[in-house]
Design a protein around this ligand. Structure first.
Ligand code: BES
Ligand code: MN
Ligand code: MN
Length: 455
């Protein structure tokens, strides 16, 4: 197997780069045709690898690519592999060292939007399957169902509908996802938690038109000033979130659990250096590692209003806007936090303005088991290919569909991801290490074999 991988790695990389050339940006309708092309490309590659019944399942939005490989034999286990072929917008383009949809390999890394999140990681599954199907590669030891969506980055709304409508088709024993990361290339790890999300767009409205700031300034509430004050008040001096009841349901870890977490290799110095910061910052009483995993957060993702063009314009804007998101941890729920945020944010509007809160998509936090057959199969697979036992980590990102798989299909997920925090996902110059891509392809077949063999 190692030799097949070595002999074919150039082709594997070329195919991935062809796929990365298709700008499958789900957030922007102008890329719709490319999204469809990316789905088509994936369908063809799955078919070539030997996956059966590959279909492009239409939805009200972007299609879902589904295929399966069913092995004979009663009692054969079934793994449902999920991933996404849509990518984040590449803006701002000028900050890329090479164009986001013209992939290049530099310093042993593939640079392109989607290289790591998630096309590169999805493609590991396609090639791992190709490898297992070949004579002499050991065969496919269990049923595999592949389901790849094109709307993960915009909330997976249509996947949710698809899953609810296709429970029989999606029947499986476990979900396998490669859309997360490891701590370092010499420190394998498996994410066992994802945060939830509550996301809002807020609008503060003042006067009925933009005003001359000399004629009116001082006598009217300025919506931008008001919005800034409101946002500033959402944290106290200790970095705690001030929304009443925000922490009511937060699962507080025990001292033992926190001590266990602290054993994971994490360098505060490296962390600061990697993002060019003199100091880290966050909720008092917690480490950076904890702040980005087991603690809930609130961040402004964007803010706009007034005049932002060249030069100066003396104006008081009629409206100010912001996008505000909260990352949630067990046992917060997005509905609960959405209601609390909305009520609080409306209540803190100062005199002279009105505020509107519009909730966007949300998602629930999850913690996946570490004592399951599937987790052990993944940990053993990584131990084989990395030569080191992976450590379980709690991740900071969100994949809302994971909680849905549990509630709708009753299935746990294994997050067998191979990215690195430094891969710059969602940022300019996103990349994926060639090492990581190949290590994923090498590891995945071990997972299937370990899982199929386990009782
Ligand atoms: N793959 C990421 C999530 C992720 C990355 C989890 C790294 C753990 C480690 C996923 O594509 C993503 O970006 N999710 C969004 C949420 C979604 C609703 C837009 C996120 O976390 O912001
Ligand atoms: Mn992703
Ligand atoms: Mn993403």
């Amino acid at each position: 197997m190692a030799s097949y991988l070595a002999d074919n790695q150039t082709r594997f990389l070329d195919e991935l780069m062809d796929w990365l050339r298709i700008p499958s940006v789900s957030a922007d309708p102008k890329f719709h045709a490319d999204v469809l092309r990316a789905a088509d490309y994936l369908k063809t590659r799955l078919e070539e690898a030997g996956v059966q019944n590959v279909e492009i399942c239409p939805t009200a939005g972007n299609p879902i690519v589904y295929g399966e490989y069913l092995v004979a034999g009663p009692g054969a286990k079934t793994v449902l592999v999920y991933g996404h072929y849509d990518v984040q917008p590449a803006d701002p383009y000028e900050l890329w060292n090479s164009p986001p949809f013209e992939p290049v390999i530099k310093d042993e890394k593939i640079y392109a939007r989607g290289a790591c999140d998630d096309k590169g990681q999805v493609y590991m599954h396609v090639k791992a399957f190709e490898m297992m199907m070949l004579d002499g590669q050991g065969g496919v030891p269990c049923n595999i169902k592949f389901m790849f969506e094109g709307e993960e980055e915009i909330g997976s709304n249509n996947l949710e509908i698809f899953v609810k409508a296709n429970k029989e088709k999606l029947k499986a024993d476990v979900i396998l996802i490669s859309d997360t990361g490891i701590l370092a290339n010499d420190v394998p790890s498996i994410e066992v938690g994802l945060r939830g999300l509550s996301y809002h767009e807020v609008t503060v409205t003042g006067p009925n038109r933009d005003l001359h700031s000399g004629l009116y300034g001082g006598a009217v509430q300025n919506p931008i000033n008001a919005l800034c004050e409101m946002i500033a008040s959402l944290h106290d001096a200790n970095g705690h979130i001030t929304i009443p009841g925000f922490y009511d349901n937060v699962d507080e870890l025990s001292a033992d659990e926190r001590a266990e977490m602290a054993k994971a290799p994490f360098s505060e110095e490296e962390f600061k250096k990697s993002i060019g910061l003199p100091d880290s910052y966050g909720e008092k009483g917690y480490s950076s590692m904890e702040r980005t995993s087991i603690r809930p957060t609130l961040d402004v993702n964007g803010i706009w209003g007034g005049y932002t063009g060249e030069g100066a314009k003396t104006v008081i804007a009629s409206q100010a806007h912001a996008k505000i998101s909260m990352r949630l941890v067990p046992h917060q729920t997005s509905d609960e936090i959405t209601a609390k945020f909305q009520k609080h944010f409306e209540s803190i509007a100062p005199q002279g303005v009105t505020v509107e809160v519009r909730p966007h998509h949300g998602g629930e936090p999850v913690v996946t088991p570490t004592n399951s057959v599937a987790y052990r199969a993944a940990a053993d697979a990584m131990e084989t290919t990395f030569g080191k036992r992976p450590v379980p980590t709690r991740g900071g990102g969100s994949i809302p569909i994971v909680a849905m798989f549990k509630s709708e299909l009753g299935l746990d997920t294994v997050l067998l991801g191979f990215g690195l925090d430094s891969d710059a996902i969602h940022s300019p110059n996103e990349h994926f290490g060639v090492f990581n891509f190949l290590k994923g392809i090498e590891t995945i077949p071990h997972f299937y074999r370990n899982y199929a063999a386990a009782q």
